[in-house]
Design a protein around this ligand. Structure first.
Ligand code: B16
Ligand code: MG
Length: 217
């Protein structure tokens, strides 16, 4: 049976639900710009970089602005977002996450975070997840956003493993594409319809074990 050496995790939507804070901050910005922004529209921003998210938001509001204004709006949104995540604590870790990370540690597997967020460090520190990771690759370390495989390839490199020895856990389509392009095994967290390109799709990490993964291989 195939045995993986390393496990790479997306942050938002896999380990914690920070999408709700991104939504609140984008909505606040949209409202200030004079239009509304719904939770359904927010789905388009999941896993997408901050600047690309802003461009999608402006498209929704039918607003055109120059580069400088874009920078200003993105930092404004980020200031609100940082304020929201500053209140996060360990109770906001999604169900089953700590148990699975602990199982990986006990089994001697390597682990890395592979997030698009420039605020990932604050989130893993505030929730107490940081000690579970051997490497943290976040938006401050990558130059190309998912679906580019850079974030996961960098993770494999820092963990000193081959891409084919890695499993990625992702909730966004762009993230699954990034994992597949990196040559890794991709586990989608969420609905099969949305994540059909993953090698395996599970609803959440709640109750998920290494044995469940090995049974599927
Ligand atoms: P920031 P992930 C992503 O996190 C979020 O899903 C996405 O909504 C956000 O725009 C992106 O991080 C950048 O975040 O503005 O904090 O740098 O899913 O890759 O962990
Ligand atoms: Mg995500």
């Amino acid at each position: 049976m195939k045995s993986f050496k390393a496990f790479l995790f997306d942050l938002d939507g896999v380990l914690v639900d920070t999408a709700k804070y991104h939504f609140l901050a984008w909505k606040r910005l949209a409202n200030e710009l004079g239009f509304d922004f719904t939770e359904e529209q927010n789905e388009r921003l999941k896993g997408v970089s901050r600047m690309r998210s802003l461009e999608i938001l402006l498209e929704i509001g039918n607003i055109e602005v120059g580069v400088e204004k874009k920078e200003e709006l993105a930092s404004k949104k980020n200031e609100w977002y940082v304020e929201y995540i500053s209140t996060m604590d360990p109770s906001q870790i999604l169900p089953g996450v700590k148990e699975f990370l602990q199982e990986l540690k006990n089994a001697g597997k390597k682990t890395a975070l592979g997030s698009a967020s420039k605020n990932a460090m604050t989130i893993v520190t505030n929730t107490g997840l940081l000690p579970y990771f051997d490497a943290v690759i976040d938006g401050t370390k990558v130059t190309k956003a998912k679906p580019d495989p850079e974030v996961f390839l960098l993770g494999a490199k820092e963990l000193d493993v081959e891409p084919k020895e890695c499993v990625v856990f992702e909730d966004a389509e762009a993230g699954i594409e990034a994992a597949k392009r990196a040559g890794m095994y991709a586990v989608g967290i969420g609905s099969y319809q949305r994540l059909s390109k993953a090698d395996l799709v599970i609803p959440s990490l709640n109750g998920f074990t290494l044995l469940d993964l090995e049974k599927k291989l």
